[in-house]
Each structure stands twice: as structure tokens, then as C-alpha cells.
Design a binder for this molecule. Structure first.
Ligand code: PLP
Ligand code: ZN
Length: 412
């Protein structure tokens, strides 16, 4: 392990392979390709194995050699290691032999998988000497940056589209960051943030810190394999906004199998989007390797990115793993939320409704065979998107505090 960089080797361009120093930088100056963290796998092989991992505390940091911090992490030490739930009742409803829910609705501290990427991004930002962090967000990222920055004593600016759910806005404001609400959709927020990032020396977790930030998503895949008994699941269904999580789940499976921590096996990664914002799955269904940007119109606001930064690479992963992609309407999203809640007692946000709804379609179509096993990545908590389901879940039955009225109610 090098004194200065830990198990990381360099930032490497995904297009031309040119290497860059491990600074806050996300784009290749020759071809504008995205930069990605490259590791010294020979070094990692010597220190990381099943026994070592098993002895460590139950958090995402039990895989720290494969996460991009040079020294011990300093932010988000409790994040991750969320339950992998065997979902027998939902399996029966969807008509599949075996089904698992990776339940990031209870990720610490802000109840979405974004705490994984943020704990990495802020730990690395501190290593690089930043005192101000920022992000462009569809909601959950803003919540997580705000909370984790508060506990780390960092100054935070979070930029969000003005039309976000009330729950997501309040869940950012309460931690006391600067919350900047932009009159425009996410892609416009993101464009503004790229400009600001060029002018102010802040750590923008999903702009100049993106190569480090994105690696945090791998921990969801590492945990799935460990919790399945050190195995790669045959099918994984992942919802997509920028497409980054899907590509990093793939990378996690590749890394564990390259390091001999799991056996090599054939697997399929399926992508899920909302019909009102489905640039990636639409391209996949028409066998294109590029997507057409769209203007989002969906209740799944956390996934409403019309110009997905990793869309190209997500399409590549779906193609290379012979995975499928599909999308679901707002009504199907609500139905997915209800199914998960009624069968498993898990209340997911709209993104989870997208994942369940698309899984239902893929199983019904035979694109996920009925006698196989699948993992659904459920990425955020329903308490933050109450607006999406209120009015669609029936109403409480109101009576006076009288036994007679109660029994009259029971009677009919
Ligand atoms: C951000 C987000 C995603 C998708 O993230 P990408 O890596 O950008 O595809 C999925 N689910 C929820 C709840 C999110 O907040
Ligand atoms: Zn390049």
C-alpha cells in the first residue's frame, strides 16, 4: 500500500486509457472521456479475502481496499450493510422461484443508497483538503450530502430542481446546508453546477469528485454477493437515473470474481426506468448503443435525468451481460410500491416502484425465467415521496370512540 494513495493507482480515462493523478478531476483533456479510479489489484489480492471481510464491522467499509480513499475513511462509517431480504411472498406474486430484496430503504443515515456514494465522496474530499462540498441532485443525493456534511463539519451547497417532493426538500433543509432550488429540470441544474464547479474550488461530489463518488455504489454489489453466501446473483434488477449504479454493480461483480472472492459465473443485469424518463431502456429496446435525451415527466423524480451521464456505459453493461431493460408508467410505479409493501412490509419510494414494476414485466415476459433467482435493488425510502402515493392507498376509516360504531364497521 503506498503511503500517498492507498490501493488506488490513478484516475484513468474510460475511452483512451490515459492516466491522471488522483486529484479532483473527472474528464480526460484529450477526448473528454470520463475518468475512473484504477486500483492495484495485485496488492488488494494480498490483503482482501472472505475471512478478512467477515471479521470487519457491518458497514460498506468492510470492502475498503476496493473503495477510493487513501487512508481510513472519515465520513459515513456506519453506512451500508443493509438487509438482503428473502422475498418469498413477492416471489409468489411475481411468479418466480426465488427473489431477494436488497433493502437500501433503511440505509444510514438518510434512507437511500446515496449515503454509500456520499460517504466515499466526502471522505475523499477531506483527504484532498476541501472544506466545502456541493452536489447537483434529484433529491436523495442532496439529503445525503446535507446530512453527512453536517456530521463531518463541512460547508455544503446542494442544488435541486424546484419541483421536488416536499419530503426531499425538508430532508435537506433540516441539516442546515445552503439549499439552492433551480427553476428548471435536473439536466439544467447539472449544467449550472458544471459551470459553478469550474469557477469555485469546491468538491462537487457528482461533478469533479464523480470518479470517487461513483465507486461507492460498488458496495451495494459487494454486500449482495456476501449476503448470498459469496455468490453472484443470476439476475439483478437495477433502476437507473444517470445509469451509474447499474455500471458499478457490474464492476463489483467483476472485481470479486477477478480477486477470487466469488466464483466466476454467468449473470444478467437488467435496467429499469420510468416511462416518463426512459432514455436508456428505450435505446436498449431498440438495440441502439446510444440514447436520445428526453424531457422527464414522471412521478419517479429521483430517476428523472433526461441526459444520463453513464447512459452509454449502462447500455454496454446490459448488452454485455445479456440483460434486458424496460420501463413502467406512473400507475405501474404505484402498483410496484404497493406490491412490495403488501408482500414484504417494505415501503419504498417511487424508484423502488420502478424496480418492482419492471421486474414484474421481465418475469411475465420470460426475460427473467420463472425458475431462476433474482435480486431487486431497492434504493430509497417511501416516507420521502408520500406525495406520490397519498390518495392512492385508500383512506383511514373514521369512527367515534364507541364499541358500537366499531362493530358496525366490522359488520359490513
Ligand atoms: C440516484 C438514485 C438512483 C439512481 O442512481 P444512478 O446511479 O444515477 O443511476 C436510484 N434510486 C434512487 C432512490 C436514487 O436516489
Ligand atoms: Zn481519454
Amino acid at each position: 500500500m503506498s503511503e500517498e494513495n492507498g490501493y488506488m493507482k490513478a484516475l484513468k480515462c474510460r475511452e483512451c486509457g490515459r492516466e491522471y493523478p488522483l486529484t479532483a478531476n473527472h474528464v480526460c483533456e484529450f477526448d473528454f472521456g470520463p475518468l475512473e479510479v484504477a486500483y492495484d489489484y495485485d496488492l488488494i489480492r494480498n490483503s482482501l479475502n472472505r475471512e478478512v471481510i467477515s471479521r470487519r464491522p457491518n458497514s460498506m467499509w468492510r470492502y475498503r481496499e476496493l473503495l477510493p480513499v487513501a487512508k481510513e475513511p472519515t465520513v459515513g462509517l456506519q453506512v451500508g450493510y443493509t438487509p438482503l431480504v428473502k422475498a418469498d411472498r413477492l416471489a409468489k406474486r411475481l411468479g418466480i422461484r426465488e427473489l431477494w430484496i436488497k433493502n437500501d430503504t433503511v440505509n444510514y443515515p438518510t434512507l437511500s443508497f446515496k449515503d454509500r456514494v456520499v460517504s466515499v465522496a466526502l471522505s475523499r474530499s477531506k483527504e484532498l483538503g476541501f472544506d466545502t462540498v456541493a452536489c447537483a441532485s434529484t433529491g436523495n443525493l442532496a439529503n445525503s450530502v446535507a446530512a453527512n456534511a453536517a456530521s463531518a463539519g463541512l460547508r455544503a451547497f446542494v442544488f435541486i430542481p424546484a419541483d421536488l417532493e416536499q419530503g426531499k426538500i425538508v430532508n435537506s433543509l433540516v441539516y442546515g446546508p445552503e439549499v439552492i432550488s433551480i427553476k428548471g429540470h435536473y439536466d439544467e441544474v447539472n449544467r449550472l453546477c458544471a459551470e459553478i464547479a469550474g469557477k469555485y474550488s469546491w468538491a462537487f461530489v457528482n461533478v469533479n469528485m464523480r470518479p470517487y463518488y461513483a465507486e461507492g455504489s460498488k458496495s451495494m454489489g459487494f454486500e449482495i454477493m456476501e449476503q448470498l453466501g459469496w455468490e453472484i446473483p443470476k439476475h439483478t434488477v437495477v433502476c437507473m437515473a444517470s445509469g451509474s449504479l447499474l455500471t458499478k454493480i457490474h464492476k463489483s461483480y467483476q472485481e470479486f470474481s477477478k480477486l477470487g472472492i466469488v466464483d466466476d459465473s454467468k449473470y444478467h443485469i437488467h435496467g429499469a426506468q420510468a416511462t416518463g424518463c426512459s432514455p436508456i431502456t428505450t435505446a436498449h429496446k431498440s438495440s441502439l448503443d446510444f440514447f436520445k435525451p428526453v424531457k422527464p415527466d414522471t412521478i419517479a423524480k429521483s430517476l428523472a435525468i433526461g441526459t444520463p451521464a453513464d447512459g452509454f456505459y449502462a447500455l454496454k453493461v446490459m448488452r454485455e451481460t445479456a440483460g434486458h431493460g424496460d420501463d413502467v408508467s406512473d400507475d405501474e410505479i404505484r402498483e410496484g410500491i404497493r406490491l412490495l409493501a403488501e408482500c414484504e412490509g417494505i415501503f419504498a419510494e417511487t424508484a423502488g416502484g420502478v424496480t418492482v414494476g419492471v421486474a414484474k414485466k421481465l418475469i411475465a415476459n420470460g426475460q427473467i425465467p420463472k425458475d431462476d433467482s433474482a435480486v431487486l435493488c431497492i434504493t430509497g425510502n417511501g416516507l420521502k415521496t408520500l406525495d406520490a402515493v397519498a390518495g392512492h392507498v385508500g383512506r383511514a376509516k373514521e369512527i367515534r370512540p364507541s364499541l358500537r360504531e366499531f362493530e358496525a364497521l366490522l359488520g359490513n
